[in-house]
Design a binder for this molecule. Structure first.
Ligand SMILES: *[C@@H]1O[C@H](CO)[C@@H](O)[C@H](O)[C@H]1NC(C)=O
Ligand SMILES: *[C@@H]1O[C@H](CO)[C@@H](O)[C@H](O)[C@H]1NC(C)=O
Length: 474
């Protein structure tokens, strides 16, 4: 049959599904008390059970603890999780600067509340530099640092920025790196996303352990080969944090998902303006740890051009970045019934769901879902060959089985996770599925679309376009 003969003589089903996403984008953030009214902002200064001072910011959605006056973030409580940060490390939410004097965590010596009103609380942990080798500062980088954090009402996250200043008479130094680092709880966070096409289950820090024989060192210091990972799926893979670098212009959001705790942890950078190096300079993002970094200045992909010379005075604000947490519940987009779409009666704006997702069986078990498209055929060419053109806008660890009366299966497809990341599309896939006319009947027909993979909430797919083509009638 020539292409011309096969030209589409009638479109039986035709629906464009592309811009059908409004639901997910702005899920209201719920309060922990579930009343729906935003709770008051609080800032508390306490002594914890070890006798050390802490500052706690709380807006009813998120609760962030800091050591005081050092200003290390020690805890982030969210969505019923006491602390999303690693319990095993003292430094788990911190700024640091690498310079020729080593690594300086720029711990504050003074705590101050900058603003406190009903809308927001801003706090500061600062440190000034004193000259003279006998001063306490002599192993500190010669900069005045002021680490600022802002919590706002009814906002599921915290803003961080820093103000750095140096006076002209202060010593020269070489500043290799300025960043904020978060070390997340490795029992919770296993899935990392740094870009639409770069996201995956990750190995653990332990898998990188060369001394315990879990991994083999490779040519460049940070790269290892995972020879004995805890999960065989990573066996012999190379792990290297620079695999996840990204150009500043694209470095807008990256982070981790805990499918177990239903929590996403994201570093959002509204702008690249405050980073050094320009839009195409690359920076680290997130990597095995689980670690997430907001990098402001670095010699990575650059070298030592960041030296600060005698006589230069400057003041610079780095940030703000937004540390955003969202809950798995916002991501669990469920239909409470399997979708049935009837051509001619249903309206795709209302009756089609934008994502074909799994169903939660209760607890953390999931089951596949089957959608149906019901349509009417006044006439069937039993000997002809029909074609179902089925285009997917996204697929994440899915397997789509298409059945008229027989079954077509795509096989295991997709890692794009556009659903979990609130995307409108991931990787485009087009299937032309042959449907012999004998599988159709005059009258009512049904196409069954079964997404058969269902081990978790993030498996699923999005349709772009579905069309059944009838063979030519002449
Ligand atoms: C909280 O924020 C959400 C999302 O921005 C908004 O829909 C909701 O109205 C806000 N609630 C209050 C009480 O301000
Ligand atoms: C389908 O639903 C949308 C949204 O409610 C509406 O604007 C549109 O007019 C409906 N289309 C038909 C054919 O009823």
């Amino acid at each position: 049959m020539s292409l011309k003969e096969k030209k589409i003589t009638s479109l039986i089903i035709c629906f464009l599904l592309l811009l059908l996403l409004p639901i997910v984008f702005s899920k209201p953030t719920r309060n922990l008390d579930g009343t729906g009214t935003a709770r008051a902002l609080t800032v508390q200064q306490i002594r914890n059970k070890h006798g050390t001072r802490e500052v706690i910011l709380d807006n009813g959605i998120i609760r962030v603890s800091f050591s005081s006056p050092q200003g290390l973030i020690t805890g982030i409580k969210y969505n019923g999780v006491d602390n999303v940060l690693s319990p095993h490390q003292r430094a788990r939410g911190y700024w640091d600067i690498t310079w020729q004097g080593g690594l300086d965590r720029i711990e504050g010596t003074k705590f101050k509340i900058i603003t406190q009103n009903q809308e927001q609380v801003e706090i500061s942990f600062s440190r000034t530099w004193e000259s003279g080798s006998r001063s306490r500062s002599h192993h500190h980088i010669p900069l005045t640092v002021d680490k600022r954090y802002i919590i706002r009402k009814n906002t599921s996250g915290i803003y961080a920025y820093g103000i750095f200043e140096r006076l002209p008479e202060w010593p020269e130094f070489d500043m290799g790196q300025v960043r904020i680092v978060f070390k997340l709880d490795q029992d919770k966070f296993h899935y990392m996303a740094v870009a639409d096409e770069i996201q995956r289950e990750m190995p653990t820090d332990g898998d990188r352990d060369i001394h315990r024989g879990h991994a083999k060192a490779l040519g460049y210091k940070e790269a290892v080969q995972l020879t004995h990972p805890h999960n065989p799926m990573f066996k012999n893979q190379v792990d290297d944090k620079y695999q996840y670098s990204c150009e500043i212009k694209d470095n807008k959001v990256h982070g981790w998902i805990s499918t177990k705790s239903h929590v996403g942890f994201w570093i959002i950078s509204p702008s690249g303006e405050y980073r050094s190096g320009g839009p195409v300079k690359q920076e680290l993002t997130s990597h095995t740890g689980p670690t997430a970094i907001a990098s402001f200045i670095s010699g990575h992909y650059l070298g030592t051009d960041m030296d600060v010379h005698y006589g230069e005075a400057w003041k610079k604000v780095l940030g703000p970045v937004f540390i955003y947490l969202n809950s798995g519940d916002d991501l669990l987009l469920e239909l409470n019934h399997d979708l049935i779409y009837t051509i001619g009666a249903s309206n795709y704006s209302q009756d089609w769901f934008y994502a074909h997702v799994t169903r939660n069986n209760g607890g953390s078990t999931y089951k596949p879902t089957t959608w149906q498209i019901v349509f009417h055929l006044p006439y069937v060419n039993m000997r002809g060959s029909y074609t179902l053109q089925l285009a997917l806008a996204s697929a994440a660890r899915a397997n789509l089985q298409v059945r008229f009366n027989n079954q077509y299966t795509t096989g295991y497809i997709g890692r794009d996770n556009a659903i979990a990341r609130h995307g409108i599309h991931g990787i485009y896939r087009l299937y032309s599925i042959n449907v012999p006319g004998r599988l159709l009947r005059t009258g009512t027909n049904t196409i069954y679309l079964r997404q058969a993979k269902a081990s978790g909430p993030f498996e699923g797919l999005m349709y772009d376009y579905i069309r059944l083509e009838e063979p030519s009638r002449d």
